[in-house]
Design a protein around this ligand. Structure first.
Ligand code: SF4
Length: 465
């Protein structure tokens, strides 16, 4: 049964009025979605199609009020930390301390998409010496300078070492513009050599003990800086509690991914699932609230799955998606063109894995940071993709390239070869710019060709479940 409907923003606002008349109860940041278009200028919302549940309404409002909530936190005297590049490690530490919020300025890479480039950030970045040969994360540079998108952090932390050239250059430029950065070293993950002690990481990889010790030392240095800012030492019991809370988020996400990707058909749309997965990174600046948002989505997904209410036909092709999309609209399009997401690697699979609770907390975090798919070889990443495709019964793989991204020029090819050799399923690699509208005919024909190829490989009358 196809039941939950995707709504335009106008349809959502009409539904919102009806829900409000019927006594809808909302979080303090609630309200109609249309205000994010009319007041904040998020023009891309006109092109997106949204899930019609109140759980998804809460998710969108949570996402789109982040900067406002950060400013309110600043007014209350809370400290704000900008974490850059590590994706999921520093926030676990910062949220262990009282009166502290962390966000990723890197998240500004979606601003040109959301504002349909009316923000001018990409052009401003170019004027600051970072042109289109860099990936859209360069929007962050201009956002720092114009101060219009997020509050200036009290402390700015950035991992270095095993970091792409783009980010490294942009962060160095940022520092030269007068934004002091505390750098911390993340080694490039390698396998343990003969005679070296190896330690298991979340997700199943193994790294040499010496690398874990090195990362742990760096995190200990960050703990002192964070503690100084908070006026409260970040001692092991406090961090252990922060890890347990972060794992609550990760457990909820695991259950949600299982419900959304593991059901016979999709009970929640790919777009809302992408946003939900991102909450793992820094809890969208409010850890307790992110738990409530995820719990609401999980309840909705389970109810729909129990009732057989799907957002795309049950015979939609099961697609494993790699990399976040610069244009959020792409996640609507995959469903419009006959696919459904059955698994994902949005570049932060390590932030979905549980942080070990039976190790000294800093070591547990160091192991988690080293499991980052972007600090090791593309072959490691490919191996996890293949394993997840297998368990999720993926029928096709989409690898969305990020324009200008330098993190690995050959990564797409390597992953696709591995997928072909080990699974024999079709894949496609395509570039999705911040606004993909002008590429729609090309994207449509390439994705539909993939979907049709996958469909044609099914035994007659069989839909993988
Ligand atoms: S998308 Fe790739 S190139 Fe751009 S910042 Fe992220 S890892 Fe670096």
């Amino acid at each position: 049964m196809l039941f939950p409907k995707k709504l335009t923003i106008e349809e959502w606002d009409a539904r919102y009025q009806e829900l409000a008349r019927n006594g809808l109860r909302e979080a303090h940041y609630g309200g109609p979605l249309g205000r994010h278009l009319a007041i904040e200028g998020n023009l891309r919302l006109r092109r997106l199609r949204f899930d019609n549940s109140t759980a998804s309404l809460r998710l969108w409002n949570f996402l789109l009020t982040e900067n406002e909530r950060l400013r309110q936190a600043r007014e209350r005297g809370e400290k704000i930390v900008g974490a850059m590049k590590d994706l999921g490690t520093v926030p676990v530490m910062a949220y262990s301390l009282p009166g502290m919020r962390t966000f990723y300025p890197d998240g500004a890479w979606w601003t040109p998409c959301l504002m349909e480039c009316s923000d001018g950030l990409l052009n401003q970045a170019e004027a600051l010496g970072i042109d289109a040969s860099f990936c859209p994360v360069r929007a962050m540079l201009a956002a720092f300078q114009n101060g219009e998108h997020f509050p200036r952090p009290d402390l700015l932390l950035c991992s270095t070492g095993a970091v792409c050239d783009d980010f490294s250059a942009i962060a160095q430029r940022l520092e030269r513009l007068g934004f002091p950065i505390a750098w911390w070293e993340m080694p490039r993950r390698r396998a343990a050599e003969a005679g070296e002690e190896g330690c298991r990481l979340p997700g199943g990889l193994v790294a040499p003990r010496i690398q874990i010790d090195g990362a742990q030392e760096e995190l200990a240095r960050l703990a002192v800086m964070l503690g100084d800012l908070a006026g409260h030492r970040l001692e092991a019991p406090l961090l252990a509690r922060g890890i347990r809370e972060a794992n609550r988020v990760r457990r909820l996400l695991a259950a949600l991914r299982q419900a959304a990707y593991g059901s016979p058909a999709a009970p929640l749309p790919a777009l809302e699932m992408l946003i939900a997965e991102m909450l793992a990174l820094h809890f969208c600046s409010d850890r307790d609230e992110s738990i409530k948002v995820l719990a609401g989505l999980l309840a909705e997904a389970r109810t729909r799955a129990r009732q057989g209410r799907w957002i795309v036909p049950p015979d939609a092709v099961r697609v494993y998606w790699i990399n976040p999309v610069a244009d959020l609209r792409a996640m609507n399009l995959i469903e419009d063109w006959g696919g459904r997401i059955c698994g994902s690697d949005y570049m932060f699979t390590h932030a979905l894995d549980l942080i070990p609770e039976d190790l000294p907390p800093l070591e547990a975090l160091a192991r988690t940071a080293l499991a980052d798919p972007m600090v090791g070889s593309s072959q490691d990443r490919a191996a996890r993709v293949v394993a997840e495709c297998r368990t999720s019964k993926a029928e096709a793989v989409v690898l969305s390239r990020i324009p200008g991204a330098s993190h690995c020029a050959r990564e797409g090819l390597l992953i696709r070869e591995r997928v072909r050799d080990e699974l024999g399923i079709p894949s496609v690699e395509l570039e999705i710019p911040p606004l993909c509208d002008s590429l729609l005919p090309t994207l449509q024909s390439r994705i539909q060709a993939l979907i049709e190829t996958a469909r044609s490989r099914r035994p007659p009358g069989v839909v993988p479940r």
